[in-house]
Design a protein around this ligand. Structure first.
Ligand code: ADP
Length: 486
């Protein structure tokens, strides 16, 4: 082993190149921090259309790799760019698989060949490491798209000295997305049918790529302590609670961090005026700018509630929509930015007709508007049914935008309910998954909002929190070292 621990991080998205959610933020930030604490890190991710067409400094390494998919030979290319202080990001190219408008799915549903796309990717990462002669001590895989890498390393590369010292760490970012495919995709893996068993990668007759990572990685972690416990229960284990319990001694929880280079009201280039906890005056301009973006006016100076989210059941939208009238009766303005489930797109677009002056809805993915919402809102709503970590509540805290969350997963680990007597707490948090509990919490929040001193204290408490990646990176380094002593 060289002096520096060598880490390869593989994932299906990486900010700023590609992003559909929090995974991208993590993969774009963690390597930079690991590098700062002395690791040698590189990242592998697919060369999507958005990467090729984006304004990135991409280098074609002129290398071709050949991957066996069933009885076919499929070619791949390798491109390179960097993030942070020269951390290498390698892109696996294959236009047939990745040169598409979206990463995983369109409005019509998931791409039908997602199994093949990510089986190819997982095999290609291993071949690319060999081709580039990058030896790695730890292979850090993330979510189902890379779940087969630990399997390939254990079963296919076990006699290859190139990987003989390599341990594997598998991070679960969201157990609800498992990469389930019918058994007839099994030959694409070129693995023996022996592992298509309940102890292996089989799950009720299907291939489960998340389970592959869970069963075969040396160590497993998820993105908050609370979620690491919750996924061992029937309620949130998504059918994998049994297997997770059997591996409980190998399962850890490490809270994600915030990339304060990207999410910082003092330097944010997307917001109307920068501000800090010392001088919050810029936030007033940001509020107006946000209203302008949604073509809303606010003559009565109502509090603004923001949401930025995938429009999925997970995020608790049903709690809001079920009692929308009661919610809007509370005299507030709500702005929502999101994409996802057509059901919620339709509901919110219809509600917009009913509340044209107080509801703003944008059904799109817009990074710059996401920053404006963090800066221009007074409150940020995240009433999630479950939330592995959640990033937006941490961004909100830093922007002096008070989060109102359901106490689950990472929300439970980051947002502490404000107590006006002690003035301890950084937001509002409720437990029962009911519209009632949410409405009651919002009423409490609005009461505090009216009491200027309390509200300022609450805001300051949030802005003083430090969820920077450095703490998380140190914990990851510990985990990597632990995996090496397997
Ligand atoms: P998840 O990974 O479950 O989607 P997280 O809170 O962990 O949720 O991370 C979501 C990330 O994606 C945040 O950075 C958030 O700002 C961003 N995001 C989600 N939806 C949108 C959208 N429609 N436009 C811009 N950014 C979005």
């Amino acid at each position: 082993m060289s002096d520096k621990i060598r880490i390869t991080i593989t994932a299906s998205e990486c900010f700023p190149f590609s992003k559909t959610g929090g995974l991208a933020d993590v993969v774009g930030a963690l390597p930079k921090e690991l590098e700062k604490i002395g690791c040698e890190v590189c990242v592998f991710t697919p060369l999507y259309q958005c990467v090729k067409n984006g304004k990135f400094d991409l280098q074609d390494l002129g290398k071709e790799i050949t991957i066996v998919i069933s009885d076919r030979l499929v070619k791949g290319t390798i491109y390179k760019s960097t993030i942070g202080n020269n951390v290498a990001v390698y892109f696996i190219g294959n236009d047939h698989y990745y040169n598409r408008p979206e990463l995983y799915s369109t409005n019509d549903g998931d791409y039908l060949d997602n199994a093949e796309r990510f089986i190819f990717f997982s095999k290609a990462v291993i071949e690319a490491l060999k081709e580039l002669n990058i030896q790695t001590d730890v292979m850090h895989c993330n979510d189902w798209q890379t779940g087969l890498i630990p399997v390939f390393l254990k079963l296919k590369e076990n006699n290859n000295t190139f990987f003989s010292q390599t341990s594997t760490v598998f991070t679960i970012h969201n157990l609800a997305y498992q990469g389930l495919f019918w058994h007839l995709d099994m030959p694409l893996t070129n693995l023996s049918w022996d592992i298509f068993s309940p102890e292996g990668i089989e799950f009720y007759g299907k291939i489960n790529l998340m389970k592959a990572g869970i069963v075969f990685a040396d160590l497993i972690n998820t993105v908050s302590k609370t979620y690491s416990k919750e996924i061992q229960t029937e309620e949130l284990g998504c059918g994998l609670e049994g297997i997770l319990k059997t591996r409980a001694d190998k399962l850890f929880g490490i809270l994600n961090g915030v990339d304060y280079d990207v999410w910082n009201p003092e330097t944010d280039p997307y917001i109307k005026q920068n501000y800090s906890s010392i001088d919050m005056s810029g936030k007033t301009l940001c509020k107006q700018d946000l209203l302008d973006s949604f073509e809303l006016t606010n003559n009565n100076n109502l509090p603004i509630f923001g949401m930025i989210s995938r429009l999925e059941d997970q995020k608790g939208f049903d709690l809001i929509t079920k009692r929308f009238e009661d919610f809007m009766a509370l005299d507030l303005i709500l702005v929502i930015l999101g994409t996802g489930n057509n059901k919620y797109q339709k509901i919110f677009e219809e509600l917009k007709q009913q509340y044209p002056d107080r509801l703003g809805v944008k059904i799109t993915f817009d990074n710059s508007l996401a920053h404006k919402i963090e800066a221009g809102s007074d409150f940020f709503l995240m009433p999630s049914r479950f939330e592995p970590c959640g990033l937006n509540q941490m961004y909100s805290l830093h922007y002096g935008t008070v989060p109102i969350v359901r106490a689950t997963g990472g929300l439970n680990d980051t947002v502490k309910d404000f107590n006006p007597q002690t003035e301890i707490g950084n937001g509002f948090s409720f437990k029962p998954y009911t519209s009632n509990a949410l409405l009651e919490k919002i009423k409490q929040a609005l009461k505090i909002y009216k009491s200027k001193n309390h509200f300022n204290r609450l805001r300051c408490n949030g802005m003083q929190e430090d969820f920077s990646w450095m703490a998380a990176a140190k914990q990851y380094l510990k985990l990597y070292k632990k995996s090496l002593s397997k």
